[in-house]
Design a protein around this ligand. Sequence first.
Ligand code: FES
Length: 100
Amino acid sequence: MPTLAFQPNETVSILFEGASVLVPSGITVAAAVMLAGSSHIRTTPISEEERAPFCHMGVCFECLVEIDGTPNMQGCLITVEDGMNIKRQLGAPKITSCQE
Ligand code: FES
């Protein structure tokens, strides 16, 4: 059976849950989290069930993640960048009011 020999030319350094991880440049945040060895990228708001990216094309929303402090980002649609701080989205993020 043929295998795909993926050898990235460049890597970027990201933080995932506070740990520094080197990943190939050009991949998505969702793929990077999986490469980092994580079994899940978020938990559900009610049952706190662990969820992982599923469709990798922006349809299922199973890849919601916090990137650089911004919650509800679809990890499968965002390319990793050097220095990105990525955290699992645990439950539903708090909604902050725009009104003072
Ligand atoms: S994995 Fe389905 S929307 Fe991102």
